[in-house]
Design a protein. Sequence first.
Length: 174
Amino acid sequence: MELLAELYPAEYGAEYIRRAWEEARSAAERGDAPRPAYLSDQALSQLSGDVRREYDELWNFAKEMEKRREEEWKRREEELERRWEAAREELRRRDEQALRDAGFEARVELKDRYTLTATSKRYLEKQRFKEFTEELRELGYKFDWRSKEWRKDIFLSVHSEGKEGHPEEGGLTR
């Protein structure tokens, strides 16, 4: 860094590169990807060889940190997706069992990421219809008149990992 003591253009001088290095190193220590320091081609052409090499090292370091962070995000997203699928399957299994325990021949299907649907042959029997509907409502289902299905919507918490659409641990709500 002794080379940075030389005088360079005021707006892109040695102090700028020194601060950029410090920010990059502290960001790396925090686990953040440092922002690549950007200098225009004109400013780069005015830097001496050693300072230019230091700047290039900084630029490469920042790019490497950015690449590592993207790989980490990808790994986290894959892990969250696996946890989400496991939570979905557990909800499906639990609801299906609750309906069976209530005396219905029920099958719970995962229609999409957010909705569980319960169907039963018995709910068509008039004497059981009221009892069936009350028990389904207790389980959180509502009758969808358009599709003629009992549906229960589940929602994701969008506060985890700073990314929308991923449940945080225990972030699945009904």
